[in-house]
Design a protein around this ligand. Structure first.
Ligand code: FES
Length: 127
């Protein structure tokens, strides 16, 4: 799968919101740093976090086992199944929030906002 990514911290700087329909279009036009916005390919056997690291990006993580939420991302477009065993409450998974250390997109294309640990609902779960 090809993943287009955006750093959550950029949203606040620009006054954008996760729910903005044209979020990635705005990001594409904003001359963002290559670490804040870009794309990479995810090999079928890698988690999203592993794929980011293979491509030279330092995304946040701590436990690498679905137990801390430091690696949380939001799936804006595409399919990324959520394994049954993890710390995220159902109301967050319903909003498309996933843990990048234990999951990866399965659709050909996905749009992912990473660094979701700065979203208040996620940061209150941080261990
Ligand atoms: Fe801890 Fe992913 S790194 S849940």
């Amino acid at each position: 799968p090809m993943v287009e990514f955006l750093n959550f911290e950029v949203l606040e700087d620009h006054g954008w919101a996760l729910g903005d329909e044209d979020l990635f279009e705005k990001a594409a036009e904003a001359n963002l740093r290559s670490t804040d916005f870009g794309r990479f390919y995810v090999d079928p056997n890698d988690t999203l976090l592993e794929a980011a690291e293979k491509n030279g990006f330092a995304w946040p993580f701590a436990c690498r086992g679905g137990a801390c939420t430091n690696c949380a991302v939001a799936v804006v477009e595409g399919e990324m199944p959520s394994p049954a065993s993890h710390i995220l409450p159902p109301d967050l998974t319903e909003k498309g929030i996933r843990l990048s250390c234990i999951a990866a997109p399965v659709s050909d294309d996905a749009k992912i906002v990473y660094n979701l640990k700065h979203l208040p609902e996620v940061s209150e779960l941080l261990l």
